[in-house]
Design a protein around this ligand. Structure first.
Ligand SMILES: Cc1ncc(C[n+]2csc(CCOP(=O)(O)OP(=O)(O)O)c2C)c(N)n1
Ligand SMILES: [Mg+2]
Length: 381
């Protein structure tokens, strides 16, 4: 039977796993949130200089969600991000150079300019890969994919956990339902995070579901559920770590709802005219996850302001260096688009109905000197 809790200040047994982190790790959480924001601000500058190809998606005001939750994973675990989870990818080992090159569609970016923004991954054997999936755009589809990934962990008896992020909008898809239901029935080691940021494009949450809150869906799926203040990074870590530990202990799926707010439009082009006046400003003034965490570090943890200033300066240096490297990188060669698409040399003869078209088009598709098959000679391979 599924259960659901609203987060209180303490976890079960009175231990708040976030507050129990040593100071060094608490500062690391600050580093990753600030890094996310600084790198995104750099991307905005590059976007306005027309150096970014395609859209730019911000996670302004949601940095605690991505960072605090991914920080609860081990390196061998696998995470499936969405466009607003750049912070989670950084925590999992994605580098700022990779991200900048990817956004600028550079020839030596992870997808060699064939995909944009943070649509790239590094997944495979534990210890040899960083463990984040290359995301795809269809909403909710990564839930069944991660059900499959975590099923493979279970069948191979690997001590690995999966974590998948979806937005409030993605919960309305069939894929979300099928994926989480299957994972629940199979008791897979999967954590499903719903980032409730109030909107899906211009659709407010009230038009997305008739349920009072998304975490209520945990009961229907028979899984553990928790709702948490998504702008409190220590609470996010606490709640996710508990779900990750449950998954690792064989207790199955958890559904977590992070309460937050999308302070930018769907992407940079969106002016958010559909948001009631004053709402964005209120969240910025009173509920910014980084400002809130700075107060915790200074007031409760007695961190010196100079320590935070040093971290901020280090981040700027790192983002500057990454920007220089990414800007200097070349754009892809047009024919690079074919690399990894066709076997080279072709392993099979073309299908009989493709043969004529195939041979005549090869000269155009493959430039002289590209690949090992000489199109100019033609004939059977
Ligand atoms: C199945 C599907 N329907 C529609 C879209 C177009 N689309 C892309 S992002 C988006 C809104 C996503 O909202 P949400 O899931 O709340 O995530 P958020 O952007 O708020 O992080 C939509 C409708 C899509 N990618 N896939
Ligand atoms: Mg949303």
């Amino acid at each position: 039977m599924g259960s659901r809790r609203r987060r209180t200040s303490d976890g079960p047994g009175g231990q708040h796993l976030g507050e129990m982190l040593p100071l060094e790790r608490k500062l690391e959480l600050y580093y990753w949130m600030r890094f996310t924001r600084t790198l995104e601000e750099r991307l905005v500058a590059l976007y306005r200089q027309t150096k970014v190809v395609g859209g730019l998606f911000r996670s302004l005001g949601q940095e605690a969600d991505a960072v605090g939750s991914c920080y609860a994973l081990e390196s061998r675990d696998v995470m499936s991000p969405l466009i607003r989870n750049m912070g989670a990818m950084l925590v999992k080992g994605a580098t700022p150079v990779e991200i900048l090159k990817q956004y600028m569609a550079k020839g030596d970016s992870p997808t060699r300019g064939r995909e944009l923004n943070i649509h790239f991954g590094d997944v495979g054997e534990a210890g040899k890969t960083r463990g984040f999936l290359g995301q795809i755009s269809p909403l909710g589809d990564m839930v069944p994919v991660m059900a499959g990934v975590t099923m493979s962990f279970k069948m191979r008896r690997e001590d690995r956990v999966g974590l998948v992020y979806v937005g409030d909008g993605a919960t309305s898809t069939g894929a979300f339902h099928e994926g989480i239901n299957f994972a629940a029935v199979q008791k897979l080691p999967l954590v499903v995070i719903i980032e409730n940021n109030g909107y899906a494009y211009s659709t407010p949450t009230a038009k997305q579901t008739a349920a009072k809150q998304f975490v209520d869906k945990a009961i229907g799926y028979g899984v553990y559920g928790e709702q948490v203040d998504g702008n409190d990074v220590l609470a996010v870590y606490d709640c996710t770590k508990r779900a990750v530990d449950r998954a690792r202990a064989g207790e199955g799926v958890s559904l977590l709802e992070f309460m937050t707010f999308r302070r930018k439009g769907h992407a940079e082009h969106d002016n958010q005219s559909y948001v009631p006046p004053g709402e964005i400003e209120l969240w910025a003034a009173e509920n910014d996850p980084i400002d809130r965490y700075v107060r915790v570090l200074l007031d409760r943890e007695k961190v010196e302001q100079a320590t935070l200033d040093e971290i901020d300066a280090r981040i700027v240096r790192e983002v500057d260096a990454a920007t220089d490297e990414a800007e200097a990188a070349p754009l892809p060669q047009p024919l690079d688009a074919l690399i990894g698409v066709y076997a080279d040399p072709p392993v099979e003869k073309p299908l009989w109905y493709r043969e004529g078209a195939d041979v005549s088009s090869l000269g155009k598709e493959r430039a002289e000197g590209w690949g090992t098959w000489d199109a100019s000679k033609g004939g059977p391979r």
